[in-house]
Design a protein around this ligand. Structure first.
Ligand code: SIN
Length: 493
């Protein structure tokens, strides 16, 4: 059955540039597919490189006036956007489930989460403070303030079609930057619906633009963003190899960058943890969006004293999942985004089992539901040389390993190029503190599997990237510090 929107106006299929839904001149198109039914939802024009250039120009022209808009206006427009997201909650969540495959309750959660970035930055917009500074060696007065960096290019992923775009656009617009956003080719419809609401929220023409590229044309679009001297900053959420490529491509313009890249998040469950809480929260972290988030647990380390019991309780809960079409009643987990996602899970399971992992819950393809449905695997006796310990699976495979002591587990946790999130379960404050400090990650969640929030500085270290999204730091990534040194304040004597 085709999902219905209460407001059909929200289903948009054209690029949104300079406040208009523009007709692309491109002869090429691509289809947005419902990953659950494999049916087409929309056919979209694959914009030409020239059209991307024109959209960049528009974003630049809009910046020249938007940068001078009163903060009160920007704050109000963001607040309006927040309100409109919530007024259209069901429709936006419908679009998320339809194009992404996650279950509807998760999609509702995502829209609320996305909207909260608009609310948060409608308030932060007013708090873009600078300093007054006493000079060290002369009598001038030094004043700093933060200026918007300029027009920004936002490259967004498929896993949170609303929230990742909101997390980038909200601070950018609060700071006075204009945006050109490219949503993932698999999930552009939510971003277009949000653009429709941005216009209703009151943002002037050209301030928030959405361009559309197929999977094949995405590298060319990314290259345009990176090489354009008009775009002053690129913010990217996606894989580490693509992040590295974008960084190289941005070197010719020395562009400011934010990179929210791959993770390999460990969970550490110590003997003294509250076991039911650790099991429930580990499941929440591991299987959120069926493992398709950068902060999903990729490795679960459980201390020897509770290992067997943890595995038993974890397996029982996983067996209770109801996998199905995200719109169906009672479904706890939807489908994966595409066939490649399933291939990767299978490759990791094969590799791990071949190297001695024990299958605790046998998962596998659910072809009767469709080709993107997959029942989760839970495996134990996982060891460091297995692919699932080294690479992000980004899918429904829970890989559990046993550890004896803190030193050993920390060494294994940090033995990776990635450093986005980690989770610690323990009732001992010393353990929690020592481990949190020593984990080489940008974020540590203690006794909870769900920690992200508009107020939390989100970001990684090592090859998980740099920059912080959300929080009191979120606008910094979209501003530059201007220092003004005032001489002769009292006139010359
Ligand atoms: C991500 O997967 O990068 C985002 C997860 C979140 O914000 O909760």
């Amino acid at each position: 059955m085709t999902p219905k929107l209460k407001n059909p106006e929200l289903l948009r299929t054209k690029p949104f540039i300079n406040g208009e839904w523009v007709e692309s001149k491109s002869t090429k198109t691509f289809d947005v597919i419902d990953p659950a039914t494999e049916e087409g939802i929309a056919t979209i024009s694959d914009q030409t490189p020239e059209e991307i250039d024109e959209a960049i120009q528009i974003t630049k022209i809009a910046f020249d006036s938007y940068k001078n808009t009163p903060v009160a206006d920007r704050s109000r427009w963001l607040r309006n956007w927040y309100n409109l997201m919530l007024e259209n909650l069901d429709d936006l969540a419908t679009l998320v489930t339809w194009e992404n495959g996650k279950c509807f309750t998760d999609a509702i959660g995502e829209i609320r989460y996305a909207a909260s970035y608009f609310e948060w930055f409608s308030e932060e917009a007013k708090r873009n403070y600078g300093h007054t500074i006493q000079p060290a060696n002369h009598n001038n007065k030094i004043i700093t303030y933060k200026q918007p960096v300029g027009p920004v290019g936002l490259l967004c992923p498929f896993n949170f079609p609303a929230a990742m775009g909101a997390r980038k656009a909200a601070p950018a617009l609060a700071a006075g930057c204009t945006c050109i956003m490219k949503p993932d080719a698999q999930t552009p419809l939510t971003a277009l619906a949000m653009a429709y609401l941005a216009e209703k929220a009151g943002f002037p023409k050209g301030v928030f633009n959405v361009v559309l590229s197929s999977v094949e044309s995405t590298p060319a679009c990314g290259l345009k963003f990176c090489e354009s001297p008009l775009i002053k900053k690129v913010s990217f959420t996606g894989s580490t190899p693509v992040g590295k490529l974008l960084m190289k491509q941005s070197s010719s313009t020395l562009k400011k960058l934010s990179m929210e890249l791959g993770g390999n998040a460990p969970i550490l469950v110590f003997d003294d943890a509250k076991l039911d809480q650790a099991v429930e929260q580990s499941i929440a972290s591991k299987f959120r969006s069926l493992g398709q988030t950068c902060v999903c647990a990729n490795r679960i380390y459980v201390q020897a004293g509770v290992y067997d019991e943890f595995c038993k309780r974890f397996a029982e809960k996983v067996k209770g999942f109801k996998i199905g079409n995200g719109f169906d009643e009672g479904v706890t987990h939807g489908c994966l985004i595409n066939a490649r996602a399933i291939d990767k899970v299978e490759e990791h399971v094969r590799d791990a089992v071949g190297k001695g992992a024990k299958v605790i819950v046998e998962g596998g393809r659910l072809t009767h539901l469709g080709k993107h449905f997959y029942a989760p695997y839970v495996i134990g006796n996982v060891s460091p040389e297995m692919k699932c310990s080294v690479e992000e699976t980004f899918g429904p495979l829970a890989a559990i390993a046993k550890f004896e002591n803190q030193q050993e587990v920390l060494q294994q946790c940090n033995d990776t190029a990635f450093g986005l999130a980690a989770y610690v379960f323990s009732e001992n404050l010393n353990t929690v503190w020592q481990v949190s400090e020593q984990l080489e990650t940008g974020m540590v969640s203690v006794n909870s599997g769900m920690f992200t929030d508009a107020a939390l500085p989100f970001g990684g270290v090592k090859e998980s990237g740099f920059g912080r999204e959300g929080s009191l730091y979120g606008m910094d990534d979209y501003t530059v510090v201007k220092s003004i040194s005032l001489g002769n304040v009292y006139g010359s004597s």
